[in-house]
Design a protein around this ligand. Structure first.
Ligand code: DGL
Length: 264
């Protein structure tokens, strides 16, 4: 595999662009491929079997485009599908993501940590194992957030409807005394500006995008696969509405990019 081959990234929709931004910032020489599976969003309420099948399809597509590494820029897809992808592609540099329980447990002063994530992530055995491992000394309040992803997918980052939905999700965390909130879904970092208005300034928000980019850099470096020179413009595919992605992409991604339909 050539070191200037692209990196393939996917998510249930546009959420993974919050991770793609971190990858671009840390690895500016890398060419990037991104699939938004917006035709099947949200994953959060779907069965693990369905999500695993989507993971297989999207991974195979990105590898057929020549990807040298894959990033599952989706917590929900990771809990359902990363183990199977690792079995299918044992040699491939592959990075999944999980809610940042360990850094949140280290950061909290009140000893109470909140987790905003999808129902699928919070219900998973992988998340339970994460809590068993890293959250023994803190109290963790989990909050599923149905409806949030759909609004973000629609390009809504600041409407009254979004504000009131979000208010209902953060209130129980604040009443429980959380001083640290994990954004456990890759769509939610796009709500940081709104959350900064809604939350007391002392609250720490933690997401995993930058850590994923660092892990990717480490894996590529170990295999001598870090690109040098100018990258190709990023390439995007969506299984949802092509015009819609073209319209909202400039708000979420500030670099050049080509957008196409992903047909299955
Ligand atoms: N962005 C995804 C995540 O990180 C899932 C959103 C969804 O499709 O429900 O969990």
């Amino acid at each position: 595999m050539a070191s200037n081959a692209p990196i393939g990234v996917f998510d249930s929709g546009v959420g993974g662009l919050s991770v793609l931004r971190e990858i671009r910032a840390l690895l500016p020489n890398e060419s990037l491929l991104y699939v938004a599976d917006s035709g099947h969003v949200p994953y959060g309420e779907k069965s693990p079997e369905f999500i695993r099948e989507r993971c297989r399809v999207l991974a195979a597509f990105l590898l057929a485009q020549g990807a040298k590494a894959l990033v599952l820029a989706c917590n929900t897809a990771t809990v359902a599908g990363v183990a199977e992808l690792r079995e299918l592609y044992p040699q491939l540099p592959l990075v999944g993501m999980e809610p940042a329980v360990k850094p949140a447990a280290a950061a909290t002063k009140s000893g109470v940590v909140g987790v905003l994530a999808t129902t699928g992530t919070l219900k998973s055995a992988k998340f339970a194992a994460l809590l068993d491992r890293f959250a023994t000394d803190v109290r963790v309040i989990t909050q599923p957030c149905p409806g949030l992803v759909e609004l973000i997918e629609a390009g809504d980052l600041n409407s009254p409807a979004l504000h009131s939905l979000l208010q209902g999700y953060i209130e129980p965390l604040l009443s429980a005394g959380c001083d640290t909130i994990i954004l456990g879904c890759t769509h939610y970092p796009f709500l940081k500006p709104l959350l900064a208005q809604m939350l007391p300034p002392s609250i720490i928000l933690i997401d995993t995008g930058a850590a994923v980019a660092r892990q990717l850099k480490r894996l590529l470096g170990e295999r001598d696969l870090l690109a040098i020179g100018e990258p190709e413009p990023a390439q995007f595919w969506t299984s949802g509405d092509l015009c819609h992605l073209r319209n909202i992409l400039p708000t979420l991604w500030k670099h050049p990019g080509v957008v196409r339909s992903f047909g299955s």
